[in-house]
Design a protein around this ligand. Structure first.
Ligand SMILES: [Zn+2]
Length: 242
């Protein structure tokens, strides 16, 4: 079992770990800050010593770091890992923005999120909404931006599954995809939203900047697709973020 340092200290950029196994380009460590791809969220990249980590994925109990070239690392060896912080931080902001939007869609229009792709340069969200009303959707984005301006802390903690599913606002999650774990990791935007979620988030809404609605698509009967980006003071876009 790889220890998920990224849950314990999502704002850390560098860590020391021990190599558990190496198979060709794939390295498993005893612990890691690298967030693996999954659930529609892009993964961390970075370095292990001097080797580039191209992709991070997961199995049931391990986090797999795929290097650019065959690893010179050996089991038992100590390594220093560094995540590409600008990328990671942007993914954290994108992900929290996604929760904020989905909570507004749910509370205002009772619509569910049916798919999402949280990525660095733009993110995508699919949801079911009877009408395809641009003004209505723009209104939810404006409301999300107002909540960001007002700011609120974002907290993560664990709850027993039974206890979590007794909370009225957790029903949406239970209906959508009841996770198998006995303990659920909860991500809570204070006063706004609570979801069971394994993702990484910013600790305050204001870090997001502002959500920019890029595009809306009509994907059939009740399926709508929204693309968004983030803009704001202090957010720099580097050309390699593609
Ligand atoms: Zn999430």
């Amino acid at each position: 079992m790889t220890r998920k340092l990224y849950w314990e200290e999502p704002y850390s950029k560098e860590f020391a770990a021990k190599v558990v196994s190496v198979e060709r380009q794939v390295v498993v460590l005893d612990k890691t800050l690298f967030y693996p791809r999954g659930g529609g969220v892009a993964c961390d990249t970075g370095t292990l010593n001097t080797s580039r980590v191209q992709e991070t994925t997961k199995t049931d109990d391990k986090i797999l770091h795929a290097l650019e070239s065959p690893a010179s690392l050996k089991a038992g060896e100590k390594v220093t890992g560094k995540v590409d912080w600008e990328r990671r931080h942007r993914l954290m902001k994108m992900h929290t923005a996604g929760h904020l939007l989905s909570s507004l869609f749910y509370s205002r229009a009772n619509c569910r999120i049916t798919g999402n792709q949280i990525d660095v340069d733009r993110s995508r969200m699919d949801f079911n909404l009877e009408s395809f009303d641009r003004t209505q959707i723009e209104g939810y984005v404006a409301e999300a931006n107002e909540l960001i301006r007002k700011d609120a802390p974002v907290k993560t903690y664990f709850l027993g599954r039974e206890e979590a599913l007794r909370l009225p606002d957790m029903v949406k999650l239970a209906q959508a995809s009841p996770p198998a774990e006995a303990q659920l990791r909860i991500v809570e935007i204070e006063g706004v939203d609570r979801q069971a979620d394994g993702g990484l988030h910013v600790s305050h809404l204001k870090e997001i900047g502002q959500i920019q609605l890029l595009k809306l698509e009509n994907k059939g009967k009740t399926n709508r697709r929204l693309y968004y980006d983030l803009v704001g003071i202090g957010i720099t876009r580097s050309p390699d973020l593609t």
